[in-house]
Design a protein around this ligand. Structure first.
Ligand code: GCB
Length: 665
């Protein structure tokens, strides 16, 4: 007995494995339109860097109900107001001690409730990064993986009258099999209950999900489906009221609780210029939900993107889910309006929400403010392509992303990948499954997009040829050794110097992922990264290479072998607001250099007829652990058009003027 006691003590010390909990209930859409109580505020926390909390050392698991206190129990953890974190929010920017912390934190709060018969209760989390286990009144309830998508947990059978003890174990650790993976990508993986938490009350049988959309622009045919959930979901009459005094149609649910209707209407359409949202009520006897929905058509025809039947040019910018109003993650309406307000100021009509689904306020604000949205999931760089479990997590993320935002008119494309590598059959098969999932859930046929990868050496052969040819003709490069070297290169590379100097420089995109998606995204960094890369092959210094790249950019043409529209989903340059180099003006990291990159990029892209939109990298300087350059980056990626505090850099105005010009054309 003594042995086994010791053993279990040791187990408690070293072997605490996290029990697996059932998955969360399928996501209900439209949090905004639900009866709900906010659970935002100060939550008590215990930091669990040894991952012991599932058993505890003494006093049991951290999710257990508080024990009766006679004063003689040995309990070695406790939740109270002396250690708290604000929810929503990340722990990294709230507590200096947790800035780099990527482990487990237990969150706790009381939920006061008077449960009513015939009602159902759900805990709704808009985002917990990365892994969440939810416990109520001492009971393990559900688990959720994926830091940027919402989930809900039904607690109807567990809630009691009075105070309920809610505990959430948040594990921010990532590895090679998670989505995203550990730290190879260039953004800060914040931990915590980063977004809103609510307790949602619904009827026993309630509207779980629905989608109302314009199905055919020509005939103004609309379609709507609804999914009820509950004991009386089958064979129920459901009515759809759309628009003020407009449409009122009804249908009966099938045995699975699903109903579908079609109707015709001349409801005004949504566009960035006129972002009209119509009131929508979906209801039946004893249940109902309200929403405000915009209707528009988006389609890809040949190399064009059409909005409401008209070719549209996407004047965009990329952004992370951070705000210049605060440090750390963005999470409320004020953040959303501030960020999107900057895009309006840029004369933009489009935003790429990188590299994961953003908080729900942003999508609501985009609908209302009139911005088209590229929404993506965190399939970035290297993913464990042949791991079934990784695929399951990724599928769950695209599913929840689509389900949450199906009814947002602002979303004009779902993106399934950013610069994914290596280019293998496993990668393609994995991404194909994500595409199939998105298409099966979104019956409105929103286009799919991805930022493809290019084959650098092959693609840039034409660029190198031109650089060599240009340099050979430049009298300022009079070093004979350099000339000799360039001539040697030219002899190998260039048959006809005149043709090279006078022709276009084609960058052909042929990543086979282009077959899977409808819109070809491409991230290119002419003026920033490529100078260093090309410079390694050329017998001149980096400044010279940069000079020549700027000279030739106007002739670069992006094309793709798929005949589809291209969006330049990134370009950019790092600049610290107000930075002046002691090496002189216009050096890299200065605002002037960034401005120059924008001027040349925009001049080049305006000449690219296959390019149907841009989302330069990026609106605001954002946190990145990959960027520790002291005095300049200080753990921020500095490619923002505004600083982390929102101060506009010179390039901001260059893009603003360019967009004003293209909006008026
Ligand atoms: C990229 C990535 C983005 C990075 C950016 C950069 O291509 O998609 O996540 O932050 O480049 O600044 O290097």
């Amino acid at each position: 007995a003594a042995e086994s006691e010791k053993e279990s003590g040791l187990m408690a010390l070293f072997g605490a494995s996290v029990p697996s909990l059932p998955p969360n209930a399928p996501l209900m859409s439209n949090l905004e339109g639900r009866e709900k109580t906010s659970l935002n505020g100060a939550w008590n926390i215990v930091v669990d860097e040894h991952n012991m909390g599932d058993r505890g050392l003494f006093g049991g698991a951290y999710y257990a109900l508080p024990q009766e206190q006679t004063g003689m129990e040995l309990v070695e953890f406790g939740f109270d107001s002396r250690r708290q974190l604000q929810v929503p929010g990340d722990w990294n920017s709230q507590d200096e001690r947790l800035f780099r912390y990527r482990g487990v934190v237990w969150y706790q709060r009381a939920v006061d409730l008077k449960p009513e018969a015939g009602k159902r209760y759900f805990l709704h989390f808009d985002g917990v990064n990365y892994n969440a286990n939810v416990y109520l009144n001492g009971k393990p309830l559900a688990t959720h993986r994926g830091g940027y998508v919402p989930f809900n947990v039904e607690v109807t059978d567990v809630v009691v009258e009075g105070s309920n003890h809610l505990v959430v174990r948040v594990d921010a650790s990532l590895d090679e099999s998670t989505v995203p993976t550990r730290d190879t990508s260039d953004f800060f993986k914040y931990g915590g209950i980063t977004r809103d938490v609510h307790l949602v009350t619904v009827a026993e049988t309630f509207v779980h999900q629905y989608h109302v959309f314009l199905e055919d622009l020509q005939t103004r045919q609309f379609k709507a489906w609804v999914q009820l959930d509950g004991p009386a979901a089958a064979n129920r009459e459901v009515s759809f009221m759309v628009g003020k005094g407009g449409v009122n149609v009804s249908a009966r649910t099938d045995e699975n609780g699903r109903a579908e209707v079609s109707f015709k209407s001349d409801l005004a359409l949504w566009s960035p210029e006129t972002p009209v949202l119509h009131p929508v009520t979906i209801s039946g006897e004893g249940f109902g939900v309200e929403d405000r929905i915009g209707f528009r058509s988006v389609e890809v025809r040949g190399a064009e993107i059409l909005l409401n039947g008209e070719p549209v040019y996407l004047r965009g910018i990329s952004m992370h889910d951070e705000s210049f109003l605060k440090s750390g993650v963005a999470y409320d309406r004020a953040d959303a309006e501030a960020q999107l307000g900057l895009i309006k100021e840029l004369n933009g009509n489009f935003v790429r929400l990188a590299h994961y689904p953003h908080n729900e306020h942003t999508l609501r604000a985009a609908d209302e403010m009139g911005l088209m949205v590229w929404s993506e999931i965190p399939i970035v760089s290297n993913i464990d392509w042949s791991n079934e479990d990784t695929l399951a997590v990724a599928l769950q993320q695209i599913t929840d992303n689509v389900h949450r935002d199906l009814n947002r008119a602002s979303i004009v494309m779902w993106s399934i990948a950013n610069e994914t590598m290596p280019q293998t059959a496993e990668r393609l098969a994995f991404l194909q499954k994500l595409a199939e999932r998105a298409r099966s859930l979104d019956l409105s046929n929103r286009p799919l997009a991805a930022a493809l990868v290019g084959n650098v050496t092959e693609e840039f052969t034409a660029v190198i040829k031109r650089l060599v040819a240009e340099m050979l003709r430049d009298p300022t490069l009079d070093d004979p050794a350099v000339h000799q070297h360039l001539q040697g290169m030219a002899a190998q590379l260039i048959d006809d110097m005149d043709a090279v100097l006078n022709g276009e420089i084609e960058v052909m995109l042929e990543d086979p992922l282009g077959d899977v998606v409808d819109v070809i995204g491409y991230n290119e960094y002419f003026g920033w990264y490529y100078a260093a890369f090309l410079n390694k092959m050329l017998p001149v210094d980096e400044a010279t290479t940069r000079h020549f790249i700027f000279k030739i950019m106007k002739d670069i043409r992006f094309r793709n072998v798929f005949g589809k529209p291209i969006i330049i989903s990134e370009f950019g340059a790092g600049a610290k607001k107000g930075y002046v180099s002691d090496k002189g003006p216009g050096m890299i990291w200065s605002e002037e250099y960034q401005q120059r990159v924008y001027e040349h990029q925009l001049d080049m892209l305006a000449r690219n007829e296959q390019v149907k939109g841009l989302s330069p990298w990026i609106l605001k300087d954002f946190r990145s652990a990959l960027r520790p350059l002291n005095g300049i980056q200080d753990i921020y990626n500095r490619k923002g058009l505004v600083s982390e505090k929102g101060e506009r850099k010179k390039a901001f105005y260059v893009l603003r003027d360019f967009y004003a010009q293209s909006a008026s054309e």
